[in-house]
Design a protein around this ligand. Structure first.
Ligand SMILES: Cc1cc2nc3c(=O)[nH]c(=O)nc-3n(C[C@H](O)[C@H](O)[C@H](O)COP(=O)(O)O)c2cc1C
Ligand code: SF4
Length: 490
């Protein structure tokens, strides 16, 4: 995991919790309209993948229980984890790419409605991603995966000054490369081949030599629109287009996108497909349905988008009619750490990953509300352009005082809490009832994120070994952790 050079350990901020009366008068617990809906308050749980779906993308009882547990805490909005829009295998991630997923998704909607007494609005985040392969065993890479070309023969000849390599067959080249040291490989393989060897093969939106990548602008609008239609049919209150982090749509928005087909290069071209996808979705679900977007306030990678790009996209999204903008930060593949052989690169291990889920081992600024200036810049730009589109701030927001002051400053309209809600799903109801002192405070040390990285069922270290003798509790596959936060006895 990436770390600052001389990190400072920040304490969890101490706070004064509001009384019932103070909570009732607060902006945080004041309703807000988003699109055609009214949220009962400005509290929000952003998407979190818990690794509980089946291998073929169906909801499990564990998924239902996970969302039920959040709904019991009554946040005004709950966003279901990144859910794949295509009907292709993608491991134990939820999918919405076919009607056969509808019964499970409907059950999820009913579960959340029932557990929150209809108080929590439920959105589903819909995502497309490109291929990412595990880091290969080097022998296998040279024996099977690497495509041998004359470029390799020429490079070998240049390096050894021996023209015999120009006539060498593939097997001879493979054997020579397998036995070569890193410095030799660096001179023979190109950048992408070296990356495939050291990190695992990874596609980008700029790989337009691949027909399925070239045709993304033609196919994605209808794929997303079909997924959104299913979201509406299943009964979700809205869909969230996942344009953030390391995935396809963020790839189109990225300043690294230099496609030359009108969908890359200048910002106006990079935002073109994201807007086309949105319009196709909107046309399918109608104007009376919430369609929001999650995108990055800063990609935090060399050559990537900065806040001025994000401000431009935010205004374009608001202008197009998106119902809310949820701002995240970083979470990219470009600066991720090298995975072990057999594992896939994880986009939250570099500095951009730190910025996505900041920990208490930080720089002087610390992890708390670290993204608020980015959110504020987008809020002020959309406001100046004449839009009132609600904006969700997330990232190290943990106390009522902090949330209320962000809202009062006008930097955001809604407060997202991911890890704090995982640590204590009852945060919202406890604070509203004047019982904030009973909140289980997130320590922001990312045990949960490490589980996500290992594709293990996500739990929180503050409760997953507690009260294991409680009758009927569901346990993780490793048999050592409870899967849900203990019930709060009011
Ligand atoms: C286990 C885990 C899974 C996550 N999965 C998603 C996801 O599916 N989609 C998404 O946009 N963000 C995802 N995130 C990022 C969170 O939504 C949030 O932006 C981030 O944790 C920072 O907010 P926080 O400081 O309140 O935790 C995930 C975070 C965690 C800890
Ligand atoms: S595991 Fe740690 S970082 Fe994650 S929610 Fe729990 S306390 Fe917070």
């Amino acid at each position: 995991m990436w770390k600052f050079l001389n990190p400072i350990k920040h304490p969890i901020p101490s706070t004064r919790w509001p009384t019932v009366e103070e909570a009732a008068l607060s902006l945080l617990f004041h309703p807000i309209k988003i699109g055609s809906l009214t949220l009962a308050s400005r509290t929000w749980v952003p998407a979190m993948v818990p690794w509980r779906a089946t291998e073929d993308g169906f909801l499990t009882q564990d998924n239902l229980s996970w969302y039920r547990r959040f709904a019991e805490g009554r946040p005004a909005a709950l966003v279901v984890e990144a859910t794949g829009v295509r009907d292709i295998p993608s491991g134990p991630l939820l999918r919405i790419g076919h009607d056969r997923f509808l019964p499970g998704l409907k059950q999820l909607v009913e579960t959340v409605r029932e557990a929150s007494d209809g108080q929590t609005k439920l959105f589903i985040q819909i995502i497309d991603f490109l291929a990412v392969k595990r880091r290969p065993d080097p022998d296998k890479f040279f024996q099977r995966f690497l495509e041998i070309t004359d470029r390799h023969r020429e490079a070998m000849t240049e390096l050894t000054l021996d023209p015999i390599w120009l006539r060498a067959d593939d097997v001879q080249i493979r054997v020579a490369l397998k036995d070569a040291g890193d410095d030799v490989l660096a001179r023979i393989l190109n950048e992408r081949e070296l990356e495939s060897l050291r990190f695992g093969y990874r596609e980008r939106v700029t790989d337009t030599h691949l027909p399925h990548v070239r045709e993304l602008p033609q196919v994605l609008p209808s794929i997303f629109a079909d997924a959104a239609r299913r979201g509406r049919v299943a009964g979700f209150d809205g869909v969230e287009l996942h344009y953030a982090h390391a995935y396809t749509m963020a790839g189109f928005l990225s300043a690294l996108n230099n496609r030359d087909d009108g969908y890359g290069g200048p910002r106006e071209n990079r935002v073109r497909l994201p807007l086309e996808v949105y319009r196709a979705v909107r046309k399918t679900v109608g104007n009376d349905y919430v369609v929001g977007v999650r995108f990055l306030g800063d990609e935090v990678i060399t050559g990537g988008n900065r806040i001025d790009d994000a401000v431009y996209f935010g205004v374009e999204f608001a202008k197009a009619g998106m119902d809310y903008l949820s701002i995240s930060k970083g979470g990219k593949f470009e600066d991720a750490e090298q995975p072990k052989v057999g594992q896939a690169v994880y986009p939250y291990t570099g500095q951009s990953g730190y910025e996505c889920m900041p920990t208490t081992l930080s720089d002087a600024r610390g992890p708390f509300g670290r993204s608020v200036p980015l959110v504020g810049a987008i809020k002020h730009a959309t406001g100046a352009a004449g839009f009132t589109t609600p904006i969700v701030a997330t990232g190290g927001i943990t106390t009522f005082e902090q949330a209320e002051s962000i809202l009062r400053s006008g930097d955001a309209d809604i407060i997202g809490m991911a890890r704090q809600a995982l640590a204590d799903p009852d945060w919202f109801v406890k604070v509203k009832l004047g019982r904030g002192a009973e909140v289980r405070r997130c320590t922001y040390t990312n045990y949960c994120e490490a589980l996500d990285q290992a594709h293990r069922q996500v739990t929180c270290k503050l409760w997953d070994r507690k009260e294991l003798d409680e009758p009927g509790i569901a346990m993780a596959a490793d048999g050592r952790r409870r899967l849900l936060a203990p019930t709060w006895e009011r």
